[in-house]
Design a binder for this molecule. Structure first.
Ligand code: HEM
Length: 551
């Protein structure tokens, strides 16, 4: 790509000297380095890299501007490595490309409330092998927290996305699919971050990532083929939904390449981030005994002392303090540290005095945004879950808290992560005491994302917690207390009167659609003739609104 000559800025932007390797990941995490540069050069600075310019912003005022989707848009990531493995991935393609809007519409329903309810038992079931492993450890055994969280979140996304069990707690090394995924990504990122011609410690042979990527696509393709031929056990995996859905506007389905790329994206995005969140949450809990005590009390009160069945969505919603802990963890340790956009017009003025152009990558350094004292106060660096008490949370200014990204390109899997993380943390708090036997000092390492390097803990089963029962013998089952029956809805049957009812839903995360379907189904049981449709589909058909008014 030929570079346009840099245009003059209204005021020159600070430009730190760039080392040939801008972030040698073996030496210092990229996020740590950028935070250090922001400390030295201020809230905006420009890196001149071979072939491109990269502007990093590090305060609320500038982030707020970059979140304005009328001026800035995500067209690509600062590093292009991922697009070599999954060129049509929703995560990497430009917001302006048709494939993005098609994939976006097809993938939204994967994260509807209804879908979340279907994933919940799978999430619980997939967490149990880790609980069993932890429960069987000797008192002096230690747990590598990040390693186990990666295993767990890989298994959960494998189960919910593909109905495929990676069985990470029953093998020494990660499942070959996950190995190929992470090796190919890390291999490419290492090469790219090292700069052209750079040999970076840990770099793989050039062809290794290609072999890994080819294997990954081949395996995912095979799983998709089997789903097409045999269907799946549950019929409610993300892949089932992807295979069944099309873009309502164009009627188009995902092509075979697009399908593979989105599945690989879900496997990747669905585990690297949540594993980081859970690892840092445990780290913060261990450092804050008073917070930990409150979290224990809440887990006990809401979930009880038995792990024998999955919590209900209502119970998960009652884990208010645990959810505050997770939000505060995402503030101090956002798993995605850079949000990158480009200008829509040829050029823009940023911060009232810096000219930026369409060929520059403009990034929000999220950890810096989350520490801006103008928003979070002088004690921004302290861990205080009460910042997210409901009354306080609503007062956080728009665009000041961005762990899940911005606008139309915000995280699709947010609801998934915010169900998975409280579930796992709740189950761990319900059952285990965490022991910081090494007096761990945080060391952040970054490969694909940041993580607490070398964070190891020991655990004990909590005094009141009952041992996990794997299989209850039939003789015991009769005397075991029956689980509380799930609330059942009485089916109402009335004579059909065929009053037409037309239920319209707005495009959202599939929640509105689920609700509309339920209203439609209920009304049908009550004798109505119902139709359920998206609002977009009837905008130009005012005639249809007639049906909304039962005669
Ligand atoms: C704590 C957990 C998570 C965090 C902090 C997180 C954060 C983010 C962020 C910041 C973005 C926007 C990136 C950008 O603008 O370049 C993003 C995008 C995305 N995330 Fe997540 N994520 C999490 C979990 C998940 C999960 C569990 C899934 C899937 C199961 C997922 C799927 C996606 C997808 C598909 C996108 C691309 C959306 C688009 O570009 O249109 N994420 N995530």
């Amino acid at each position: 790509m030929t570079m346009k000559s840099p245009r003059p800025t209204l005021e020159p932007m600070p430009q730190p000297p760039v080392k040939p390797t801008i972030d040698n990941m073996e030496e210092e995490a990229r996020v740590t380095r950028f935070m250090r540069l922001a400390h030295t050069y201020g809230p905006i600075f420009q890196l001149n890299l071979p072939g491109r310019q990269w502007v990093i912003t590090a305060n609320y005022e500038l982030a707020n501007e970059l979140c304005d989707e009328k001026r800035f848009l995500k067209k690509h990531l600062p590093f292009r490595a991922v697009s070599q493995i999954v060129p049509t991935s929703i995560f990497v393609v430009s917001t302006t490309e048709p494939v993005w809007s098609k994939a976006h519409k097809i993938m939204l329903p994967l994260f509807s409330t209804q879908a979340m309810h279907a994933y919940l038992p799978k999430m619980w079931e997939t967490t149990m092998p880790m609980i069993l492993k932890w429960e069987r450890l000797n008192p002096d055994d230690e747990i590598d927290v990040y390693d186990d969280m990666v295993r767990l979140t890989s298994d959960i996304i494998g189960s919910c996305c593909l109905d495929y069990n990676f069985q990470s707690f029953y093998r020494e090394t990660p499942h070959p699919i996950m190995q190929a995924l992470m090796r190919s990504l890390e291999g490419l990122l290492l090469r790219e971050r090292g700069g052209p011609g750079q040999k970076v410690p840990g770099e793989q042979e050039p062809l290794q990532w290609e072999a890994d990527a080819a294997y990954l696509h081949q395996m995912v393709d095979e799983i998709i083929r089997q789903h097409r031929v045999n269907g799946t056990g549950t019929g409610n995996s993300m892949l089932d939904s992807l295979l069944a859905s099309n873009d309502r506007q164009s009627g188009e389905k995902l092509t075979s390449q697009e399908l593979q790329d989105q599945v690989i994206t879900l496997l990747f995005a669905g585990h690297v981030t949540t594993s980081t969140l859970l690892s840092f949450a445990l780290y913060e809990l261990i450092r804050h005994p008073a917070v930990l005590a409150k979290a224990y009390a809440e887990a006990e009160r809401v979930l009880g002392d038995v792990l024998a069945r999955p919590p209900t969505p209502v119970q998960l919603g009652q884990l208010q303090y645990i959810s505050q802990i997770l939000k505060e963890t995402l503030r101090l340790h956002p798993p995605v540290t850079l949000l990158t956009v480009q200008t829509i017009k040829e050029e823009e003025t940023l911060g009232g005095k810096y000219r930026v152009t369409a060929d520059q990558d403009l990034s929000i350094l999220v950890p810096a945004l989350h520490l801006d004292p103008s928003i979070w106060g002088d004690n921004a660096e302290t861990f205080q879950p009460d910042r997210f008490l409901p009354d306080a949370e609503v007062k956080i200014p728009a665009n000041a808290y961005k762990p899940f990204g911005n606008g139309v390109r915000a995280c699709l899997g947010r609801a998934f992560a915010l169900q998975e993380a409280p579930l796992v943390l709740g189950m761990l708090l319900q059952h285990f005491e965490f022991i910081d036997h090494t007096g761990y000092q945080l060391k952040i390492k970054e490969r694909v994302g940041p993580r607490p390097e070398g964070f190891k803990i020991q655990i004990r089963r909590r005094a009141h917690a009952q041992p996990v029962v794997v299989a209850v013998p039939a003789s015991l089952q009769a005397t075991a207390p029956a689980p509380a029956p799930a609330p059942t809805e009485e089916k109402i049957q009335v004579k059909a009167h065929h009053t037409p009812l037309f239920v319209l839903f707005g495009s959202n995360l599939g929640t509105a659609e689920g609700l509309a379907q339920r209203i439609g189904d209920d009304a049908r049981d009550r004798g109505f003739t119902t139709a359920v449709a998206p609002l977009d589909g009837v905008i130009d058909q005012p005639r249809l609104y007639h049906c909304c008014c039962p005669s």
